[in-house]
Design a protein around this ligand. Structure first.
Ligand SMILES: Nc1ncnc2c1ncn2[C@@H]1O[C@H](COP(=O)(O)OP(=O)(O)OP(=O)(O)O)[C@@H](O)[C@H]1O
Length: 607
């Protein structure tokens, strides 16, 4: 028998193919099953125009058989088969796709979409097999033919026996080497899992030992009305999207500029590695029901990285290995579409299922706030209405919209206070004036909060203001002029104290905001004390400091003591100044420079 050579280009291509196109060996099975499915589809299409041909869906199947003794794996189909010429032309010329030609000849319209297009998938078999044998009998032809090849050196074709129309692909699986094991491709359990992973939604039954492995009809192709919440939950579990139950699912069937189906989930709880570098965002990506990518990151913006699920589209341009996408225009369109769907679902959850939304927000609110802050705030408009903060008045989470709606007319700013916990913020002396005015205060307890708000700057034209900022912007701010007068009256005392605290605070002044507390710190400028804390905890410590102002409540008895000391005992004034400053630091949760000195100072006033 004459051995035919692959064409020269084909030879090199085959080498390349086997060694470099695919990153995972297991996909050879996906490729061969896709070919088998294409071959059955072709009969289906023929039957549409040929009255002598009846397409009875039940009689078509793809069969996978592993023979461990002989180290063979066989993929059999009842598809259209190949004539001698077709074996020559389609398997003898690499990168020639009979399927692509078929698609062009037969306008394929409905949801039977032929997968093959590049004419290379078949050769992936050589990644795992030394010898590939194809026995095929074509529809409407008498004899059958056997094509055989052991790789780059060529192939043979000879007549053979085969009773039924269709194709058997027999792979002689490679022997294990020191580095690689090929036994797994003869292992029943492993084969089943590969089929499930890539080919679960092939439209014809894939059988092993007469048992159907694939589920055939993808849930996302079904009508929403046919599906129960349990169906969606089961799919979530089957697909290992998470160990929890999904909080919400979104089923999309888009037809338009780009057509795709998607099932997306908002998980209930945070994956253990969510806020770590290891976490990888992304959706499963299918093309015509075949899995292309496990995690396609480009489909999700970072701020929705918690979303799980899958997308299936026939309008994608795949590259030859189907591991990557060629042009990302379609993908970008899908991603954009998906992001806006997720956003509107979250919004309606917020409006209609508040409790559920709060549960979601506890897990992933931080990610939304990162979203507002990241990329120079370019997503802030999309996300601001999804934010919530704890309210001093409502004692629960409120949205910015709710805050603004409840603002009295004269209130100019949206006030917030930052601290470690709600309990600690409740006790902050700085909140006294704002609270007495009856204004609501938003409590910021997460490190990202102030940064996100700095990016927002304002909401519905109301600017954000920290209760610790030196100018609170409160109408008739507690006898503005009085306080100023007090400041000038006690100017010498404050100047003396400022001097003592040089390098620690920018100034000491009479407070306009304190009611019952003797002392607090406020800040001037952009950087607040909470921001300073966060920045100084960063690995590359940018050493950004807040401009701190020590505010003294001149109505407080302590102030009398300060004045007396100033007049009669400077040593005492030095002591009191140090004590008050350190107290203010403690209230803010800032570290004392010298805790021993502080305790010694307290002892001094006790004895
Ligand atoms: N089981 C089969 N039954 C009938 N024809 C087949 C079968 N397997 C392969 N072919 C023919 O061989 C051609 C080449 O197959 P190959 O897998 O290399 O490429 P493809 O499926 O066309 O494209 P892709 O590389 O995108 O998968 C197919 O287009 C098809 O015409």
């Amino acid at each position: 028998m004459e051995k035919k050579q692959f064409q020269a280009e084909s030879k090199r291509l085959l080498e390349m193919m086997i060694n470099s196109i695919y990153t995972q060996k297991e996909i050879f099975l996906r490729e061969l099953i896709s070919n088998a499915s294409d071959a059955i589809d072709k009969i289906y299409y023929k039957a549409l125009t040929d009255d002598n041909l009846v397409f009875d869906k039940d009689s078509y199947a793809i069969k996978i058989t592993a023979d461990q003794q002989n180290r063979t794996l066989t993929i059999s189909d009842t598809g259209i088969g190949m004539t001698k010429e077709e074996l020559e032309n389609h398997l003898g010329v690499i990168a020639k796709s009979g399927s692509l030609a078929f698609k062009k000849e037969n306008e394929t319209k409905d949801d039977h979409t032929i997968i093959g297009q590049f004419g290379v998938g078949f050769y992936s078999a050589f990644m795992v097999a030394d010898v590939v044998t194809v026995i095929s009998k074509a529809l409407n032809s008498e004899g059958a033919y056997k094509w055989e090849s052991s790789g780059a050196d060529g192939y043979t074709i000879e007549p053979c026996e085969k009773d039924t129309v269709g194709t058997d692909i027999i792979l002689k699986i490679k022997e294990n080497t020191e580095e690689e094991s090929f036994d797994e491709f003869l292992d029943d359990y492993r084969l089943r899992s590969i089929i499930k992973k890539y080919s679960d939604f092939i439209r014809y039954p894939i059988k092993m030992d007469d048992e159907q492995i694939n589920s055939m009809v993808p849930i996302w192709k079904k009508n929403k009305n046919e599906l129960t919440p349990e169906d969606y939950e089961n799919f979530y579990t089957e697909k290992h999207y998470g160990f929890d139950k999904p909080l919400k699912h979104i089923h999309i069937s888009a037809d338009g500029a780009v057509s795709y189906q998607a099932i997306l989930y908002i998980p209930e709880s945070i994956p253990f590695d969510y806020y770590s570098r290891e976490y990888e965002k992304g959706l499963e990506l299918y093309s015509s029901g075949v899995l292309i990518m496990n995690k396609c990151g480009e489909l999700l913006p970072d701020y929705f990285s918690f979303v799980k699920g899958m997308v299936d589209s026939e309008s994608l341009s795949l590259n030859i290995s189907r591991e990557m996408l060629q042009h990302d225009r379609q993908l970008k369109l899908i991603a954009k579409n998906i992001a806006s769907k997720i956003k509107s679902q979250l919004k309606s959850m917020l409006q209609q299922e508040r409790e559920k939304y709060e549960q979601f927000y506890k897990s992933f609110g931080r990610q939304l706030k990162y979203g507002v802050y990241s990329d120079f705030g370019s997503h802030k408009d999309a996300l601001q209405d999804l934010l919530m903060f704890y309210s001093s008045k409502e004692k629960k989470l409120v949205t910015l919209e709710e805050y603004v709606a409840g603002m009295p007319e004269e209130q100019k700013y949206i006030y917030y206070a930052s601290g470690e916990s709600i309990e600690r913020i409740e006790k902050l002396p700085q909140t006294e004036l704002v609270a007495e005015k009856g204004y609501e205060i938003l409590y910021f307890t997460e490190d990202i909060d102030e940064f996100a708000i700095k990016m927002l700057q304002s909401y519905k034209e109301k600017e954000f203001k920290s209760v610790s900022s030196s100018d609170l912007g409160i109408e008739g701010e507690e006898n503005q002029s009085d306080a100023d007068a007090e400041n000038s009256e006690h100017q010498e005392l404050f100047a003396y104290m400022s001097n003592l605290l040089a390098g620690k605070v920018t100034k000491v002044k009479a407070s306009k905001r304190l009611k019952s507390h003797p002392v607090c710190l406020s800040t001037e400028g952009e950087v607040t004390i909470e921001m300073e804390k966060i920045l100084s905890a960063m690995p590359n410590n940018p050493n950004v400091k807040a401009n701190k102002v020590l505010e003294i409540n001149i109505q407080h008895d302590v102030f009398q003591s300060l004045k007396n000391a100033y007049e009669h005992d400077q040593g005492k004034l030095d002591l009191y100044t140090a004590l008050l400053y350190n107290q203010a630091l403690l209230i803010e949760g800032l570290p004392l420079q010298d805790p021993v000195e502080f305790t010694n100072d307290i002892c001094k006033i006790m004895v």
